[in-house]
Design a protein around this ligand. Structure first.
Ligand code: 6PG
Length: 245
């Protein structure tokens, strides 16, 4: 995987750079009358990004009519649950009137997991371009867990990297919580894949992945990138430390 890194002073500047990129891409797509189909991750890191997108600076400049939001993964809980990735995104961004609710395609964590994986796969096939039998996102935003997982593909479920399904059911290895997740072949079919990684707690895992150490072969995040085999990393200095990357 070819890795391209952009390093910023702190988490706020890292999130700002990603927000700016989404803004630019949404306007570029608007100018050619095309949608910008993005899939967003959950967890804590993207919150800052979503709050930025909801700020006056971005909410007044993003082409919301072009921006279509899908999910990378979702915990199998109702959208009102504190664990819900959709719920977190709704509270930070989607609740505002400038967001076009017709352009929001949430994974339904409240549904039976296997049925929801099928439903969402069918939705992606209907709403997105398809290439090599998998849906094509313009941009997929990923995080990395400190165990090297990404999406809800965990080190003990690396088979999801190669699944012939576009959406599958993952299981958190510690909590046992079921998750709906895009699979590796869907992620690797995207035009662009951006990892947003902040914080000193990610220093160790970031080192392994960016230096492609032998241990990195155990981490799903090492194996995802766009259809050209490129993974772009937006990181703050805390996540990189003194590493020369
Ligand atoms: C999720 C995410 C997951 C996340 C990583 C990093 O549902 O939790 O999609 O893949 O990106 O766990 O999470 P943090 O941003 O909280 O470190």
């Amino acid at each position: 995987m070819k890795q391209i890194t952009h390093i910023f002073e702190d988490a706020e500047q890292t999130a700002y750079a990603v927000a700016k990129y989404i803004l630019v891409r949404s306007n570029e797509k608007k100018n050619i009358s095309e949608p910008l189909n993005i899939a967003v991750s959950g967890g804590s890191t993207p919150k800052q990004l979503f709050h930025l997108l909801a700020s006056d600076e971005f909410s007044k400049a993003v082409s919301w009519e072009s921006l279509r939001i899908f999910w990378v993964d979702e915990r199998c809980v109702p959208p009102t649950d504190k664990e819900s990735n959709y719920g977190m995104t709704y509270d930070a961004l989607l609740r505002f009137p400038f967001v076009n609710s017709d352009n929001i395609f949430r994974m339904k964590g409240e549904n039976q997991p296997d049925e929801e994986a099928i439903r969402y796969a069918e939705l992606l096939a209907a709403e997105l371009p398809v290439r090599h039998h998998f849906p094509v996102f313009d941009l997929i935003l990923l995080g990395i867990g400190d165990d090297g997982h990404t999406a809800s593909i965990f080190p003990n479920s690396m088979d999801l990297l190669h699944s012939d399904k576009s959406v599958a059911v993952g299981i958190h290895p510690i909590s046992g919580q079921k998750r709906i997740t895009l699979t590796g072949k869907t992620i690797n079919n995207a035009e662009e894949v951006i990892f947003l990684v902040n914080g000193a707690n990610k220093l160790k895992i970031t080192h392994h992945i960016l230096h492609q150490t032998p241990a990195s072969k155990n981490y799903p995040a090492s194996f995802v990138g766009n259809s050209k085999g490129e993974a772009v990393f937006y990181l703050d200095k805390a996540a990189v430390g003194d590493d020369k990357v």
